[in-house]
Ligand binder design. Structure first.
Ligand code: PMP
Length: 366
């Protein structure tokens, strides 16, 4: 604690990002990056944007990028907001749509799963938003009925992280209807689609035409192999998008730089490249999940680009340490209910064969 920090900074509980290791020998499976490179068209577009124009500010509205996103999702550009990674979009959304306590007025807490993306509680601290964690079932499945209660808002990643489990669109539709405008239980439902591209039929963005309380949040970090470029976006009703713009323009109008706007636009346009890449990731995930189960590991059914696994013999930290000694870096969360699990991002087939071999050695106790 520093004497110079104000009370807001003293009260923060910052997010701890996964380690960005530089050692080339290490197989890095700890932050759900895509093991395959971005589309060559993305590199080309960035190279083209790399020139004298860098002396000029970027388009604060990200017009060209939003136009191609709008086309891809069948919405109007006014229904799209682009930001510096989906973390920033999420931070703005929490600030724009969820209430902090106001004197003499009841403030309903927002709802999200007890086991989920660990940045959500961080944002609630940052913006002073009350929240109630909603426990996942014993098998980590999300029970949608538990979210059908008066709330200040709802945040659901589909698939969830770090479990990788997904819920069907029909569940989200019923939740949106419950929290729809003109109802006493009206609230924004934020669906974080960071990993949706790795699942089957999970996209709910088309429902923005039916539900004005739906905001879907997307990232190019995972399915578009562009974690280093920092681009995310949100899609929803025009009023929601305007709300995000109000927050951004009270903070920093130029959150997406020129190179990022150019690269992101090219990525959205090259959908076929990414479909092929992600088909490979999905096939590897399914193969590795089955192989780990055959080795006696518990593997939570995943629709994401990572798996959540547990050794039935030893604890999570022991397996983490063993893998680390084999130059395999995965993610361990020292948190209630999941301390015995590890989240393993899906790498190339070669990398995952090394993981399987290490897990086999570990379970043989050698
Ligand atoms: N949402 C979820 C569920 C995530 O796991 C992540 C990645 N850590 C993000 C959002 C943020 O992704 P980015 O800021 O790279 O777009």
């Amino acid at each position: 604690m520093s004497l110079y920090w104000n009370h807001r900074v003293k009260r923060l509980a910052p997010y701890i990002p996964g380690e960005q290791i530089r050692d080339q020998r290490v197989i890095k499976l700890n932050t759900n990056e895509n093991p395959y490179p971005p589309s060559p068209k993305v590199i080309e577009a960035i190279q083209k944007a790399l020139g004298d124009d860098l002396r000029l500010y970027p388009d604060p509205a990200c017009t060209e990028l939003r136009t191609v996103i709008a086309q891809r999702y069948g919405v109007m550009p006014e229904q799209v907001f682009a930001g510096n990674g989906s973390d920033e979009v999420l931070a703005f959304a929490f600030a724009a749509f969820f209430e902090s306590p106001v004197k003499n007025r009841q403030t309903l807490p927002i709802l999200f799963p007890d086991i989920t993306y660990s940045f959500y509680p961080v944002y609630t601290r940052l913006w002073d938003i009350p929240f109630t964690p909603v426990p996942l079932a014993a098998d980590f499945s999300l029970v949608i009925e538990d979210y059908k209660q008066a709330a200040g808002g709802v945040v659901i990643p589909n698939p969830n992280a770090p479990t990788g489990q997904a819920i069907p669109c029909s569940d989200l539709r019923s939740l949106l209807a419950f929290h729809e405008k003109n109802r006493e239980t009206a609230a924004v439902v934020l669906v974080d689609e960071a990993y949706t591209a790795f699942g089957r039929d999970l996209e709910v963005t088309p429902l923005v035409h039916e539900y004005s309380n739906l905001l879907t949040v997307h990232t190019l970090s995972k399915a578009a192999s562009l974690a280093g470029l920092r681009v995310g976006f949100a899609i929803g009703n025009q009023e929601l998008i305007e709300g995000l713009g109000r927050v951004r323009d009270s903070f920093n109008s130029y959150t997406v730089d020129r190179l990022a706007q150019a690269g992101a636009r090219a990525a959205i346009l090259d959908a076929s490249y990414y479909e092929a890449v992600n088909r490979k990731v999905i096939a590897t995930r399914n193969r590795v999940s089955a192989a780990l189960k055959a080795l006696g590991y518990e593997v939570i059914p995943s629709q994401a680009n990572f798996i959540f696994i547990r050794s039935l013999q030893k604890n999570g930290m022991q397996l983490y340490t063993f893998l680390r000694e084999q130059d395999i870096l995965v993610r361990h969360f020292n948190q209630l209910r999941i301390a015995d699990f590890l989240r393993v991002s899906i790498g190339t087939d070669e990398q995952m064969d090394r993981v399987l071999a290490a897990c086999e050695t570990f379970s043989n106790g050698t």
